[in-house]
Design a protein around this ligand. Sequence first.
Ligand SMILES: [Zn+2]
Length: 323
Amino acid sequence: MSDRSGLIGLDLGGTNIKYGVCLPDGTIIDEFIRQTNKDAPAEVILNDLESAARQALDVARQKGIAIQTIGVGTPGSVDVGRGYLKGSTPNFKSWKDVPIKEILERTLQLPVYVDNDANVMAFGEYRFGAGRGYQTIISITLGTGIGGGIILNGKLFRGHNFAGGELGHMSISYRGRKCRCGGTGCWELYASATSMLENFRRWSKGREASSTREIVDLYEQGDPVARRVIETEVAMVAVGVASIINIFNPEIFIIGGGVSEAGDWFIDMIRQRVQQSAMEQSLLGVKIVRAELGNKAGWLGAAAFAREEWLNHLNAENTRLLT
Ligand SMILES: [Zn+2]
């Protein structure tokens, strides 16, 4: 058969596991989705990840692709060296303190690398999406909460104990709402998709929107409540984006998540608003763009991240053997 090599990426989310097979250049060979048993014991979730990987391995084998590495993105803080999920994750019952890498490497007999889901998403955009060619990148996803990824000089920044980069838990109001993280006034309480749906319900006195897409459609039809929700969302997103730009002065700021796919007008509105509040020198030349990979960013990023960690590991081994 052929001697093409390929990668597997798995993106564990609160609702679904998204996964697939791609080539090292990001070309997608096949991709899949299955439900997450987020209330099940950790062993069940590990079994699901393993069985998803086996399905992807079968597809690769049929297509003559030799899998080099498997990458996993998971909610929570991950000790990346050990591929170990530290502490707990708010949306999962028993997904905590899990030696993911050790267990999957034993069962799958391939190198496995694990990182936080927002980090691999940022890495996906960096390697294959809107962040291609840039070295200093901030990426956020407006979803249930706000996921954040920070890439500095071409490397993911995770903090000294792998728990940094929590952009959604930056406070924007010291007298604000209480957050499940223990903080007060966290950004994601005001600017996530969840807060858009809540605002819509509150301001329309009980009318429900099932998704941010629905609010976007209503906005485009001129609905006044949807308009208020979108304008509030833009202001709330922009206040955080401007602060983060003042701190990092990135080359590019990538915004993903359902509402960012609305159309260019959404990003344009945010850009205008950020221009009014970020520091002039910090903002100079910063591109604010929407994410390109949609919900594929996680698994593609996990796949790319794993390959690069593996190559770094091989290089380090070679250096060690030669000296
Ligand atoms: Zn918080």
